[in-house]
Design a protein around this ligand. Sequence first.
Ligand code: PLP
Length: 657
Amino acid sequence: MTTRSQLESALIASATNYSWTWDRKTQELFAQLPEVTTHLHPKQRVLALTDHDYDGYLADDEFIAAAEAAVERIPRPDPSPSATIAYFSPEFGVSETLPQYSGGLGVLAGDHLKASSDLHLPLVAVGLFYRDGFFHQAITDNRQHEIYERTDPRSLGLEQMPVIVDLVMDDRIVKARVWRADVGRTKLYLLDTDLELNDEAGKRVSDRLYGGDREHRIRQELLMGVGGVRALHQLGYEPSVYHLNEGHAGFLALELLSQEVDKGLTLDEATRAVRDRIVFTTHTPVPAGIDRFSHDLMQRYLGVWSDRYGVSIDELLDLAHMPGEPDSFNMAAFCLRLARTSNGVSQLHGAVSREMFSQIPGGSEIIGITNGVHARTWMSNDLQEEFDNTLGLDWADGDDAAWGRVESIPDQRLIDIRRAGKQKLIDLVNERVGPRHSLDPDILTIGFARRFATYKRADLLLRDVEAVSRLLSDADRPVQFVFAGKSHPADEPGKEILHRVITFANSEAARGRFVFIPDYEMAVAEVMYAGCDVWLNNPIRPNEACGTSGEKAALNGGLNFSVLDGWWDESFDGENGWKIESSDAENGDQRDLEEAAQLHRTLSEIIVPMYYADGNGPSEAWLAKVRHNWRTLGPFVTARRMVAEYDRRIYRPLENS
Ligand SMILES: *Cc1c(COP(=O)(O)O)cnc(C)c1O
């Protein structure tokens, strides 16, 4: 006998822990709830249920059993004493319903937490709660417009912790409250300054992800780093490892140094002690992507710390000195000097970072740990079900033998699942773009979706519009393209590329077969990975530190067609997709033209003919390639492999030092 309140509690419990984002049966349960509006957090959908809805559910034994089973599947916290690894990141992409991320860095952080939960790693995470979240993208006149929506943490399943953190920022004290999100077993704490206790400027510190000027950025980073360490302490954690996912939380070292200086150590000795606890992951080989603050600005914020340590401000500025940048407090240099081990996010990026940072005296060693993605979050439910049945449940743990069994998935089954994925993508286009397109589930589909940063060159294939037109209009072997992506609001050149792509998509020449989906976010991404046959990536090498969308596409049976950059440089084996070789032309324009020509040659001479080799696609040769792609890449591209590698190569050696 189940009562309404028991059923309601079961539904709320399973909506509150973000483990639903990787539990397909719980997602199927939520799919039975009224939709209300798109992307509404499931907790909100439960709270919107009426008496009438409950009457129906209470008479439905299957629904009740599914709700009870969903609660049982929520990962139980480990009885272990306390987290020993603290993971700091400026953004977390856990779900599209929690808009606290802008792109790859955040999604990677979300996947790190999910894999940590799967692996029972004693890891706790810290970030900021941004009231405005990340912007939504609307398109008018073929241009991006940014729309910010205020988010209410309580409606997103977050719980307020009974602590208030305070810290000095220049001439004021700013206070923050702390929210907790449960991501499986992993706890994520988010600091939020939107409190009556703060003045207007104090309230605004955590307003927007990557918003505001340099000074705003310093305040956010102090809040995350210093405030984050204090929050963990007040919550009872005493981590032995602090992992900086990108340098934005680097100021946490200031607070750790303080703890050592209080014990009587000199700044030098304190620096050595702190180093045994810090790990730094760098995410960009583009110097412009590194946080730098002018000495003028930093002097105001470092005063309290130099007083505390009894040293001059100059000594603190020296810790972030980058040769050749006399007036900058360089966060990467600061983190490299304060970390025991640092890493790039692919093997190539590790090597590029060693080269790029080699001139920093006293910087840590830099290794490479290639990013991975959380398989159960990113694979379509249809494919997961097929894999669970045919390969056994171990495939998601990266078991090689399980992945070897992809050979036994029948061709027709594979074709049906992939075609259904394409149909879902077309449904999404209908919903977001309207019916003015001519996408077809039987046509070779090429996808491209990522931030529109200039180095990613979203418009590279439009260098030859004639060639694109030929592909779109081929009567026997047509191709269709689906694009998506946002530009940073302040990135004017990125916005120009976006404008060019959308203008083409809306032109006659696109014939409705080149479509741009607005407002790229996790829910759009997921549908695109499962719905595209080819995943295109053409950055300027070696600017793509890793790139993870291609890994998600690969898990879903999409084949990568990419510049040999980031993860693809070490993963391409000649058979599991295609490469675009980088031109060594000095002139950027010439380089782009050469790479675009090569891209079009490979598309029209190799990729398209292979897809249609048996008349209708996908051909037998294509399916063989898809299976080979799974066998070789499946176990490697997972976040589980990545987090296990962090644990073995970095966390454990530090914990034991
Ligand atoms: C995976 C993902 C990204 C990262 O894609 P890259 O290939 O690394 O550029 C960005 N945004 C969303 C929503 C994603 O899911």
